[in-house]
Design a binder for this molecule. Structure first.
Ligand SMILES: [Zn+2]
Length: 239
């Protein structure tokens, strides 16, 4: 996303929310490699805010599962092991394929249309090369919508948490990709649903999730990082 440089960008007031969102955005865009420390003092000085404010933001990100916050050591971009990645995707396969099996018998035409609309948006976003953060979120929306239609708040909460976790894994290890999810893989799930083919829909979803998982596993290599404050400043200026 490039901005016109004909006039200087308006300075953005650095509030807790701005800082939280810039770090979340940097994580979802894969701009902060696994294990990168986010130093409280350094961020406070760079953004001319109090250390207390930075600490609150880092703690919140830790509580939301987006950073590893270690007592007396500080906050770090998570460094999942391959086993943790496999574990998260296995849980998603179990929950999302189960949801599809159930859903294929009772999905309504209006609900099918809602999913079709989403996949159409994914295709056009992929074609227009929209910002990575946007396409990652949108791909997550398809998975969330499938579960949401079932109407179980418990299942939905579990899926949301797992999807957020795996989105982070994708961003950490697949930074160049437009999105974790290829729109045509979602389209295959949808085609089976349209035929009310429970087994076919579950198999397509399982194949899709395993492909995403394997793409992440193949790329779990350390990589260098630009200064954290510079990355966050470029995101804030771009807003
Ligand atoms: Zn997907």
């Amino acid at each position: 996303m490039k901005k016109e440089t004909s006039q200087a960008a308006e300075p953005v007031a650095i509030t807790e929310q701005v800082l939280y969102q810039s770090i979340e955005c940097a994580l979802l865009e894969g701009r902060l490699p696994a294990g990168t420390p986010l130093r409280e003092r350094h961020l406070a000085e760079s953004f001319e805010v109090t250390r207390g404010m930075v600490r609150k933001v880092l703690i919140r990100l830790g509580q939301d599962g987006k950073l590893d916050v270690q007592p007396n050591r500080g906050a770090f971009v998570p460094t999942p092991t391959p086993a943790q990645v496999v574990d998260a995707y296995q849980a998603r396969v179990a929950l999302e394929c189960g949801a599809l099996m159930e859903l294929s018998a009772r999905i309504t035409p209006a609900q099918l249309q809602q999913l079709q609309e989403m996949v159409r948006h994914e295709h056009s976003a992929a074609a227009s090369g929209q910002a990575r953060q946007h396409s990652v979120r949108m791909a997550g929306n398809f998975h969330t919508a499938v579960v949401e239609i079932l109407g179980s708040p418990t299942l939905l909460a579990m899926c949301r948490q797992l999807i957020a976790r795996t989105q982070m894994y994708v961003a950490l290890y697949e930074p160049q990709s437009a999105s974790e999810c290829a729109p045509q893989e979602h389209a295959q799930v949808l085609q089976a649903l349209e035929k009310r083919d429970a087994q076919g829909a579950a198999q397509a979803m399982k194949a899709h999730l395993l492909l995403v998982q394997n793409r992440v596993l193949q790329r779990m290599q350390p990589r260098p990082c630009a200064p954290v404050a510079d990355i966050l400043k470029s995101i804030i200026q771009g807003h």
